[in-house]
Design a protein around this ligand. Sequence first.
Ligand code: MIC
Ligand code: SF4
Length: 645
Amino acid sequence: MAKTLTAKILGEHLSSGTLEVGKPIGITIDQTLTQDATGTMTYLQFEAMGLERVQNELAVSYVDHNTIQVGFENADDHRYLQSVAAAKGVIFSKPGNGICHQVHLERFGIPGKTLLGSDSHTPTGGGIGMIAIGAGGLDVAVAMAGGPFHLISPKVIEIRLTGALRPWVSAKDVILAVLERFGTKGNVNCIFEYTGDGVKTLEVTERSTICNMGAECGVTTSIFPSDERTHFYLKAQGREEAYRPLCADEGAVYDGLHEIDLSTLEPRMACPHSPGNIELVKNLAGKPVEQVLIGSCTNSSYVDMKKVADILDGHTAAVNVSLGIAPGSREVLLMLSNDGSLAKFVQAGARILESACGFCIGNHQSPGTNGVSLRTSNRNFEGRSGTKSAQVYLVSPETAALSAITGVFTDPLSDHGIPYPEIVLPTSYIVDDSMLVFPPDDGSGVEIFRGPNIGDPPANTPLKEDLDGYVTIKVGDKITTDHIMPAGARLKYRSNIPVYSKYVFEPIDEYFSNRCIENQDRGKDNFIIAGASYGQGSSREHAAICPMYLGVKAVIALSIERIHQNNLCNFGIVPLTFTSEEDYAKFDQNDEISIEGIKEQIKGQHVILKNKTKACEVVLECDVTDEQRAMLISGGLLNILKERP
Ligand code: MIC
Ligand code: SF4
């Protein structure tokens, strides 16, 4: 039978189950990546598994998120990560070497391989023809230990591209058009597979931009075929031997189709406060801008940066604009410095930012009060920039660069008088791997450094017979992991769960953790009630670990996003969904609620939740796999791994 590209790669890696939509499967993982903000927990968990060395083909540990280093915490974490990498056989990418997804694409991505990363934008690797999936750190630790990754056999949605992009319209506009069609909820357990004649008009880093932001739709991953363009890119990276042509068979049958004619697309943007809130740039043309930030794992390749340099050439940022540029990797920075682009940035008055996540995660460059910020990154959740009142718009590098010059939202297709930057793709990149630290063959003598900020990952207790406590918080739809576990200024506590836990739900309710502790002291359980698409966004398992630490036993929502649902199970928090939408209204904060016999009840599909305050009960669904059910009963995956001989 004719196969999709997804089915081919998943089929080659299948370790359990069959590829039937909706059924649980296990796949073997060839490559893993971690970044520092999720990495410390991942390696602490890997250490707790007691293995001498990683078992998968390739494991890389990147430092790109916490590079600001105010105080000792981040530097200590970096030392821990470097030493544990050497001890366990992991390649360590030093801070300054670049953003994990960009560097991984450049140096390690291989068509047809599987990649699991403790970061939700791991699907960037789909641009080179990999099945690249974002997951919680514990799932990545299991993959490094040689274990399979469990997922639901996905629906494969064909996104058929025809035509070619016009000058000034870019890959970012393609994915924004996809987001316009699919939105940020309701796409769980799907894979977007790109096909059609338009594919060959896009180069690898453009494809990666598209796959990167597929994460915002909530899909498992996105993938492009591996073709002549892939060959060209790998050759230019000095890795021609990694090339393997791959595409779907003729006549392959998909579970859905969406067609995009690239030649008709217009520049788009995602408006505050969701990547799914799409508008044409021309509709806001003329609106004043205060800040323009160019970079992040979505748009920081050499080609993106070179376009920006050529647009800025001979111009300066408008007086009202603060312009910041963060090239995605040291390789990109070297290329830009060699070809004179860096000088063009400086001359344009840009603030040159480190090759790291930086502004994207609210680590710096927070806008002023009500500040209007145009960014080429992928998420504009309220408050993520570090300023709650900021208005963050997500745009292409072309739109960003032009708007920096004019000081107002500028549609690249309008009559602005700046010549279009025609970029010649490099036939060879400057390859310098000296900031990659390769592990010794035998790491047994390496001493692992642990600073005072680094604590052991906390374990949960096995599930009790009955749960009894309070609705500690009730939240609405589309609650992101940035709402649950803020990053930015709080990011440095990622390795210190007792401290980080104080900030759970800080952006929406700063007293949440106090209430949890009061309930815990009274011997009561904590519950979270939520609307649709709870846990959108990042892969950060802290959004499960910290609530677990505060005694949260169950999340009851209209729907829960894939990575977050897995993280909840991994840490023994029961994910439950309402079977009827109206039931959401039957609960308020502080209601006293209980689930009797939960341990028995979750063995079936349905669970009865009692609201003692409102004297009513509702039926919930517990849609987990058998593996996850076992985790919930044991109080999390770590407990199961410890029980195993
Ligand atoms: C993000 O973009 O939200 C992050 C920060 O990269 C997260 C990971 C994290 O929270 O450490 C992600 O995307 O998974
Ligand atoms: Fe880093 Fe932003 Fe990409 Fe997350 S989305 S990996 S914070 S650049």
